[in-house]
Design a protein around this ligand. Structure first.
Ligand code: ADP
Length: 169
């Protein structure tokens, strides 16, 4: 069995909320790198539904079973945050060609800003390639069952926020 290289990577995102697609990427990256830091963006240009603290808590709960994964909030440039934590790489998930265009542009910009920091793009698992936090919020807000798409710890918060009339998921 090959050993993991001694290295740390950062997996950044808005995680509004953390989905099973995010979890799949975190689990796979955690098997490649010695340490993975899930970095929850305070200011991603999106207007998140959940507060930063809630998003961090949900990601922490979802990754609780992964011993080499930590979760932390960040603001400002992701390359500065990654470098301040001694990371060797950024990890991103790729679902569609649209993701690819955007991620490629960002990876090139980040590499230009921080030449020692590489971006590793992991292809989404086919079970989750259609999943986004936004779509999960939309379906849940319209009364749909989203239990197959988010970790167990996320579900009650999501339902509580978007289906307030319901007692439990
Ligand atoms: P989104 O892109 O859904 O608005 P984030 O900003 O939280 O959400 O995404 C963080 C990272 O996780 C990005 O690299 C994104 O491409 C990746 N990602 C999001 N959803 C999935 C998924 N279902 N499968 C794989 N990767 C994903």
């Amino acid at each position: 069995m090959p050993s993991r290289s001694s290295s740390r990577a950062v997996y950044p995102g808005t995680f509004d909320p953390f989905t099973n697609g995010h979890l799949d990427i975190a689990e796979r990256a955690a098997a490649i790198f010695e340490e993975l830091l899930v970095a929850v963006s305070a200011d991603s240009g999106k207007q998140p539904m959940f507060s930063l603290d809630e998003r961090v808590e949900m990601a922490r709960e979802a990754c609780g079973h992964l011993a080499n994964v930590q979760v932390a909030p960040f603001d400002g440039l992701i390359v500065d945050f990654a470098r301040s934590r001694g990371a060797r790489a950024l990890v991103k998930g790729l679902r569609t060609a649209t993701d690819f265009e955007r991620e490629m542009q960002m990876a090139m910009m980040n590499r230009s800003l921080a030449p020692g920091l590489d971006t590793l793009l992991l292809l989404a698992d086919s079970r989750y390639a259609f999943l986004s936090s936004g779509l999960v919020r939309e379906v849940c807000g319209l009364g749909g069952d989203v239990s197959a798409y988010v970790p167990e710890s996320v579900l009650p918060r999501l339902v509580g926020r978007l289906q307030p009339g319901r007692d439990r998921p």
